[in-house]
Design a protein around this ligand. Structure first.
Ligand code: N0T
Length: 528
């Protein structure tokens, strides 16, 4: 009769991040998954508020909700745990057919301890605050405190233990450990306890991993010693918590980063950003100190093309898969979906799309409403029905992607034998040099909103998605050969198979492939 019993919990595989050919995939239910996510506002983590959250996900076409789980909420009294919110969240997520990413707001939330229970926040002897360069408490809890690590770890273990038992369906696909660790207004902890460690030897794993000679922090790292020391402290802290949680239930775990300027030429003093957090300049330290963390994800809020693209570049590394777990909700950020996919992103999640009435303007949109949701929904609804196919193909083949620059300038994507020119603000008919036709640009294109992503299925075959762009293919080498479309097919995916709708030809291909609306095209090029 055993065959009549429901499938055992262990039959549903635990989500995992895998790597092959230098590309990554987030495996959910044993197949690559593309997280089209939304992060709820910070204080949306109560059962009474959830009805204001789900409708925003549906309007966006999101498949995943990123939701805080606060330490103060699960352990208001030391040693007494309450998982009623998590239970409600799991149940409703399943009902709404959404996956979840849990955000562990432990001792560190935007560096501060506000989500830690009162018994942690107010016990200064047991949980000391970090001391700044002027000898004053900074407000951030010292990451060097063994008591804090132990207490945070204990709560996190309780969370993962409960989750493992409560979620055999694997509704939760990932966990974020802490939120934007680091410290503003102090480069590191200067407390006596920290000073003692700072005067001691740099841990072996860093010495070996970074190819340095043994010595104390100042000797080994010179002017970067303070920041590197602080990065080590937080990475070590996070590793302790994450490793303990994974020992119970090994879901993929990641950290998110409050960012520094992406430009290596700009020598920004770490006093001006969240020092010690996983900013791009200390990722090597984080990687060595926190091997249980599969990636550091950028929280992109800097308006403008250079900043967003710079962060995407910095956080896409052979040992750090790109995953955008927070990006501003204003319309200017929507287009970075395309280069994110082009850089193999495992997910993309605008921040704060729920109907609680909160908005984090000027980081994001002024108001959460149909108008602010629309540009993100356009992308999610294009890819949503094919997200499994996209994730699978993007894991198996090279990907490319661009977003419209602030000045609308054209870009070229190199595709081996071929190249793709991407242009913006053009009508669907005619060449730009036909001046008379191009005295005006299409309405609504003043603010950059275009983008294109490509998967190169074979040397001559491409899967292209995008909107508000014109794409023109040509041969990369200037020889005697000419290019012709073997075909340009518009269609969509259904149950893993490409469903052909029509061939584009004539006006639809004579002036490049014009993606005035969101489109999915399969293209085969031929040289003759
Ligand atoms: C983010 C969010 C939330 C260019 C802001 C961003 C979220 C946290 N912090 O709404 O608080 O929990 O991860 C910090 C951005 C700093 C300013 C960047 C200016």
């Amino acid at each position: 009769w055993a065959c009549l019993l429901p499938a055992a919990a262990k039959d549903v595989p635990i989500p995992a991040v895998v790597q092959d050919h230098g590309r990554f995939a987030l495996m959910v239910d044993d197949a690559p998954f593309l997280m089209l996510g939304v992060q709820a506002n910070n204080s949306s983590n109560y059962p009474a508020v959830l009805p204001q959250v789900w409708p925003a996900l549906d309007q966006l076409g999101a498949n995943t909700l990123e939701m805080p789980i606060a330490w103060e909420q699960i352990e208001p009294v030391e040693g007494r745990f309450d998982f009623s919110f998590l239970d409600a969240l799991l149940k409703q997520a399943r009902g709404h057919k959404k996956r979840l990413v849990l955000l562990w707001f432990g001792a560190y939330k935007n560096t501060g301890p506000s989500y830690a229970p009162q018994w942690v926040q107010t016990n200064r002897d047991r949980f000391p605050k970090l001391i700044d360069g002027q000898g004053k408490p900074n407000g951030v809890l010292s990451p060097h405190s063994p008591a804090l690590i132990a207490a945070d770890k204990k709560a996190f273990i309780a969370l993962m233990t409960h989750l493992k038992a409560a979620d055999p369906e694997r509704t939760v696909i990932m966990v974020q450990v802490e939120n934007e660790t680091g410290t503003y207004r102090s480069v590191r902890d200067y407390s006596p306890a920290a000073e003692k460690i700072f005067a001691g030897p740099v841990p072996d794993v860093l010495i070996k991993g970074l190819g340095k000679q043994q010595g104390d922090w100042k000797t080994v790292f010179g002017k970067d010693a303070d920041e590197y020391f602080h990065a080590w402290a937080f990475a070590h802290y996070v590793e302790e918590v994450a490793r303990a949680g994974k020992a119970v239930y090994p879901l993929p775990m990641y950290v998110n980063a409050a960012l520094r300027d992406p430009d290596p030429e700009k020598k920004v003093d770490p006093i001006n950003y969240s020092s010690g957090g996983p900013t791009w300049n200390v990722l090597d330290i984080w990687k060595l100190a926190a091997p249980s963390i599969f990636t550091a994800a950028p929280d992109i809020y800097g308006h403008g093309y250079a900043d967003a693209m710079g962060q995407i570049r910095q956080y896409t590394r052979p040992n750090n898969p790109l995953m955008i777990v927070e990006i501003g909700s204003s319309s200017d950020f929507a287009r970075f979906f395309y280069p994110a996919l082009g850089n193999g992103a495992l997910g993309f999640a605008p921040f704060g799309f729920d109907f609680t009435g909160y908005s984090n303007f000027p980081l994001g949109a002024k108001k959460v409403d149909a108008a602010s949701i629309a540009p993100f929904a356009a992308n999610f609804k294009l890819v949503g029905p094919m997200m499994r196919e996209w994730a699978k193909l993007a894991f198996a083949h090279p990907t490319y992607g661009v977003a419209e620059p602030d000045d609308h300038a054209a870009q070229t994507i190199a595709l081996g034998k071929w190249q793709a020119k991407v242009e913006y603000r053009l009508w669907q008919f005619g060449f730009p040099e036909w001046k008379g036709l191009f005295e005006t640009a299409p309405e609504g294109t003043e603010n950059p909103s275009g983008g294109v992503s490509l998967i190169q299925l074979s040397s001559d075959e491409l899967l292209l998605i995008g909107l508000h762009a014109r794409v023109t293919f040509s041969l990369a080498a200037k020889d005697s050969k000419e290019m012709v479309y073997q075909h340009v097919e518009e269609g969509h995916f259904e149950k893993g198979k490409w469903v052909f709708e029509r061939v584009w030809n004539g006006d639809e291909t004579d002036y490049g492939l014009n993606l005035a609306q969101p489109r999915i095209l399969r293209i085969k090029l031929q040289a003759y």
